[in-house]
Design a binder for this molecule. Structure first.
Ligand SMILES: [Zn+2]
Length: 183
């Protein structure tokens, strides 16, 4: 099942929310099985899985907008990309929020934050790196407790970091990282 089909189905059967997205396929031929296997793998990708879940739960009014976007992406991909580009330029916090959310999903970590929460967090640090305190024009975002070690994607676990600290910290626990700085 791909998001396009899910959306088309939701349009045709507005009352039936999830059945198409959870549809069990009959297994007839090995070629078909292979295709299904590939499809299943694709569905497991966090971005696709998330998109399908998102569409299945979308209220009708927002569903209309999603349809329109999809239609535009098909009929005028150039313009669609341009609109997306402009949106990203105007909403940098939202784009960063998506990226962090994506990484959290890949790590099966819980948590999300709003662009406003992120703006507040960044303002709190006024451009300083959480680890070394140096000023940086474009702080990166770092999970205090790494996602791979059970950290969440809630705003409380997000800190701005300079590029250098972010690279060095990678998936080290905070105490350990700080201890290494003074070793
Ligand atoms: Zn730093």
């Amino acid at each position: 099942m791909n998001p396009d089909k899910c959306l088309a189905y939701r349009k045709a059967f507005p009352k039936d929310k999830k059945s198409i997205c959870n549809k069990k396929y009959s297994q007839k031929s090995s070629a078909k099985q292979k295709r299904l296997e590939a499809e299943r793998k694709r569905k497991e990708k966090p971005e696709v899985r998330d998109r399908i879940r998102y569409l299945a739960n979308l209220p009708q009014n927002k569903l209309k907008r999603a349809e329109k976007q999809l239609e535009r992406r098909r009929s005028d991909p150039e313009k669609s990309r341009e609109i997306q580009r402009r949106y990203r330029e105007k909403n940098p916090e939202r784009v960063r929020m998506w990226k962090m959310r994506r990484r959290a999903l890949e790590n099966n970590a819980e948590g999300s934050f709003t662009p406003q929460e992120l703006r507040e967090k960044l303002a709190e640090y006024s451009g300083k790196c959480h680890w070394c305190g140096s000023l940086t024009d474009k702080p990166e975002l770092d999970h205090l407790i790494p996602l791979s070690k059970g950290g969440s994607n809630w705003i409380s676990n997000i800190v701005p970091s300079c590029v250098s600290c972010n690279r060095r910290k990678s998936n080290i626990m905070p105490e350990e990282f700080l201890a290494r700085q003074f070793a």
